[in-house]
Design a protein around this ligand. Structure first.
Ligand SMILES: Nc1ncnc2c1ncn2[C@@H]1O[C@H](COP(=O)(O)OP(=O)(O)OP(=O)(O)O)[C@@H](O)[C@H]1O
Ligand SMILES: Nc1ccn([C@H]2C[C@H](O)[C@@H](COP(=O)(O)O)O2)c(=O)n1
Length: 233
């Protein structure tokens, strides 16, 4: 039974690394006037703060203590969003490959998942939000009114990430990037706590051969139908 939500519905977008979740969530949130919650950024913020504090990625007591003192907020900056950890803008630092790798380990720890689960549910409770991540439709909001599972082939997701990294001057090869995508998939799918998987009631979208705009059209029409607003045409 969905809780009463005063600001609109909850939309969940889950899927593996490089599938297009952040890109589509940002665009869909703009179209719907909804709030974009990048749960991956929250895990990345924990990873960054744990690195600074010298807390090992398997130190559950230390990670639990860190999370108890951590506040992660999203602040709109034009048409983008800044990520604040205890008031500090960490938007750039959390996007490094080093933090990405550390985050994969950190996000497998139960105390971190429990702490961020509480934060994410508080952020989305009133609806009018789109949350992107790995476990939104299965764990965070299993009663979300609309769920998508966005994927693409590992080769295509690696190609996209390779182009993204190359544009930032990163020297990684296409083969290396595809391998890292596959490794991240295995870590996210194979962990004990809240593994990446498609919710039974999620609409699966394979974007391997679809453009961002084509995926956006499917998502927007699906949400508007759920809102009783019919197709965009
Ligand atoms: N359908 C698509 N076709 C082509 N490029 C795409 C498509 N969707 C996303 N991209 C591009 O792929 C790259 C990764 O997209 P994005 O960061 O949104 O994925 P993600 O699922 O959020 O990844 P992660 O979970 O690793 O953060 C971006 O450069 C984005 O512009
Ligand atoms: N709800 C979530 C969101 C993210 N994670 C993990 C998965 C990645 O290893 C890492 C970074 O996510 P990204 O920014 O690449 O989407 O955090 C998770 O376990 N649960």
């Amino acid at each position: 039974m969905s809780a009463v939500r005063t600001n609109g519905v909850i939309v969940a977008i889950d899927g593996p690394s490089g599938a297009g979740k952040s890109s589509l969530t940002k665009l869909l949130a703009q179209r719907l006037g909804y709030i974009h919650i990048d749960t991956g950024a929250m895990f990345r913020a924990v990873a960054l703060m744990s690195k600074r504090a010298g807390i090992a990625s398997d130190d559950d007591a230390g990670l639990a203590e860190l999370c108890r003192g951590l506040e992660v907020n999203f602040v709109r900056d034009g048409d983008s969003c800044r990520v604040l950890a205890n008031g500090e803008d960490v938007s750039r630092e959390i996007r490094t490959e080093e933090i990405g790798l550390l985050t994969s380990a950190i996000s497998a720890r139960k105390p971190v998942r429990e702490a961020l689960l509480t934060m994410q549910r508080a952020m989305g409770a009133k609806g009018g939000v789109i949350l992107e991540g790995r476990d939104i439709g299965t764990v965070v909001f299993p009663d979300a009114e609309v769920k998508f599972f966005l994927s693409a082939s590992a080769e295509e997701r690696g190609r996209r990430r390779y182009l993204e990294l190359a544009a930032r001057g990163d020297q990684a090869t296409l083969e290396e990037t595809i391998a890292k995508v596959i490794q991240r998939d295995q870590q996210d799918e194979g962990r004990e706590h809240a593994p990446l998987r498609q919710a039974e009631d999620a609409l699966a979208i394979d974007s391997t051969t679809l453009s961002i705009d084509e995926v956006l059209a499917v998502m927007e029409n699906t949400v508007r139908k759920r809102l009783g607003q019919g197709d965009k045409g």
